[in-house]
Design a protein around this ligand. Structure first.
Ligand SMILES: *[C@@H]1O[C@H](CO)[C@@H](O)[C@H](O)[C@H]1NC(C)=O
Ligand SMILES: [Zn+2]
Length: 388
């Protein structure tokens, strides 16, 4: 708050929204847990997603409705749009299958569309057709739940920040960022993965956005150009993931997330850590263990990027010049595309930790330090049940 006022007369257009401000230890410790909302049977956020939801089926529609209800009831300040397309698939016998992406956006108020950059968080909500009744808990029910929880954990702080900026006349100067969540449909192949049998929703969206031009003279040419960073979560929720840094051009963002992971661990806010208070309490020796990391490439050298990457929803965006941070483990979880990728096989501490990490990352990206008021949530956490 102070910093912004102090800079105003000097460099009004400088780097607001692109600067990166760190969150304090207190803020990190205060990031709320999803509590029992991530319970796999009754949890208000996660349980409704843990069902087969193949594109074009009733289950897919029900899960989509769950997301729409969540935003309508809990995050009314978010603008929610559907992006529809259809395509035949190798198993549809010539029939057009509908693919419906959800685009949920929280923009700074009073700004023209072409002037808003957006950090974009994406996960796919469809599930794979085979094996029959496949749930896809890590693929990608849990990542979708993480995004909903992150959006809600950031919502009030965004409001406060933008109210302050508006009061100081700062929003009129441009350069403010928004947050966008993409819940994508049709990621999975119906038969076997090819360029045309996969990524149905993402391909249609990226290609439509390429030609959805903002008015001439806009800062951002089209909605793809407005994406400051495309953060794709996939296959998250198994214990002990190791996520490499895939892209040299976004390694700086990866490093920011890795640093946050380290700080969350240092602050005792990572439940899956072998050194978390709850784990230490159960161990006889009480001796600290070696601290593992999800993001293993914090110190990766700039010239050791060999260019291999995983085919996923980012591909059609990246092909059009969008900067991508892909958060997917390598190796994939053991349950990958197996019947065992279900709610029971999620490691809930790990799911919660990812939620906190993603929330913290966006909190820093959006420069929200000083705008959080987590005291109440924190209190709830101590009073409420957080074991399940
Ligand atoms: C997109 O599809 C959904 C679900 O089938 C439907 O409710 C909605 O009206 C469609 N939207 C548009 C703009 O066609
Ligand atoms: Zn999959």
């Amino acid at each position: 708050m102070l910093l912004i006022s102090a800079l105003l007369p000097l460099v009004p257009l400088l780097s607001l929204g692109t600067a990166y401000s760190t969150l304090s230890d207190n803020t990190l410790k205060g990031i709320p847990s999803p509590h029992d909302e991530f319970d796999i049977e009754k949890g208000a956020i996660l349980a409704p997603i843990l069902r087969p939801r193949v594109s074009g089926t009733e289950g897919n529609e029900a899960v989509r409705q769950h997301f729409l209800d969540f935003f309508r009831l809990q995050l009314p300040k978010w603008k929610v749009e559907l992006h529809n397309s259809t395509s035949t698939t190798p198993t549809s016998n010539g029939k057009e299958i509908p693919f419906v992406n959800i685009i949920a956006t929280r923009d700074p108020p009073g700004m023209d569309q072409g002037e808003i950059g957006r950090i974009t968080l994406a996960a796919h909500y469809d599930s794979k057709l085979t094996p029959t009744d496949f749930i896809g808990a890590t693929d990608s029910a849990a990542p979708c739940a993480m995004l909903l929880h992150a959006a809600r954990s950031l919502d009030d702080a965004l409001t406060k920040k933008w109210e302050m900026m508006a009061a100081e006349g700062f929003l009129d100067l441009g350069g403010a960022e928004g947050v966008q969540i993409l819940l994508l449909d049709g990621e999975e192949a119906f038969q076997s993965w090819t360029d045309t049998d996969s990524l149905y929703g993402a391909r249609a969206l990226a290609s439509d956005w390429e030609y959805a031009f903002h008015p001439v003279m806009s800062t951002y040419r089209n909605p793809l150009d407005s994406i400051s960073l495309f953060v794709l979560l996939d296959l998250l929720g198994s214990k002990g993931p190791t996520v490499p840094s895939y892209f040299k051009t976004t390694h700086w963002a990866y490093k920011n997330m890795a640093r946050l992971e380290r700080r969350l661990r240092e602050n005792g806010a990572f439940k899956s850590s072998p050194n978390h208070a709850s784990k230490l309490a159960k161990r006889k020796d009480k001796k600290p263990r070696r601290e593992p990391h999800f993001l293993i490439d914090e110190n990766k050298n700039d010239n050791s990027f060999i260019g291999g990457f995983v085919q996923d929803d980012h591909v059609p965006f990246m092909a059009r010049g969008v900067e991508v941070l892909h958060i997917i483990p390598s190796p994939f979880p053991r349950v990958w595309h197996e019947m065992s990728d279900d709610g029971e096989h999620l490691d809930m501490d790990t799911v919660e930790d990812w939620s906190r990490l993603v929330t913290a990352f966006v909190g820093e990206w959006m420069e929200l330090e000083g705008f959080f008021d987590y005291k109440k949530e924190k209190r709830d956490e101590y009073e409420g049940k957080s074991e399940f």
